[in-house]
Design a protein around this ligand. Structure first.
Ligand SMILES: [Zn+2]
Length: 211
């Protein structure tokens, strides 16, 4: 899949875009670039939930599909929002939060219970709540990375592994560039390698390349 890229003011964006491809320069953080790109395209002063304007320091980045549900850090899934809305939304999806806001106090309680059981249901059948067309299974052996796995054995590794052992699926997909270089979700790759899991769920960004 492609991520949206600006076509105007490329110099102002401070992003290296050439022939429709976003290049990550050596040492540049993928997550940082995705945040900068999204702020550049969607603004830094406006909350997309309460529709109010804020000083730049009050705006945070919301994951429309939360990270805990497999939501990736790509512009399609990022929305500038004020701290208060971001906190209230918590780990609901964009759609769920918008629905919640339309309900009266009494109905909200029932709705939150419904969301939570839905979330557990999705986990149990091993699927993500993010759009299925974003995800491609990729052979673990075809993925390469600069990250040194020796530094990644820690509590986060254990958490990803435990989730896999409990649900028989990964909690989130790995994000890859067009040459299958890993950009985010390194723990998924590491756990897959250590457990000899042949395929991992991946979001392949066809217009991004790490240099
Ligand atoms: Zn807000």
């Amino acid at each position: 899949m492609n991520i949206p890229l600006p076509t105007k003011n490329l110099n102002a964006s401070k992003l290296y875009i050439k022939d429709g491809i976003l290049y990550l320069r050596h040492g540049e953080s993928f997550l940082n670039v995705m945040y900068r790109l999204t702020y550049f395209m969607k603004g830094r002063h406006y909350c997309y939930y309460c529709k109010k304007r804020f000083p730049r320091s009050e705006i945070t980045m919301d994951h429309m599909y939360p990270r805990s549900l497999g939501g990736p850090t790509i512009p399609q899934n990022l929305l500038p929002s004020c701290k208060s809305c971001n906190g209230d939304k918590s780990d609901m999806t964009y759609e769920q939060y918008i629905t919640l806001l339309s309900l009266d106090d009494y109905s909200q309680i029932g709705y939150i219970n419904k969301i939570n059981s839905l979330k557990e249901g999705y986990k149990r059948i091993g699927i993500f709540q993010i759009p299925s067309e974003w995800i491609t299974p990729v052979e673990t052996d075809r993925i390469h990375t600069n990250v040194d796995f020796a530094n990644l054995v820690n509590s986060k590794y254990d958490k990803v592994k435990k989730y896999y052992e409990t649900y028989g699926a990964f909690q989130y997909p790995i994000v890859l560039d067009r040459k299958y270089h890993s950009l985010d979700g390194f723990y998924v790759l590491f756990v897959a390698k250590s457990m000899n899991i042949e395929y991992v769920p991946a979001i392949v960004l066809d217009n991004v390349e790490m240099r």
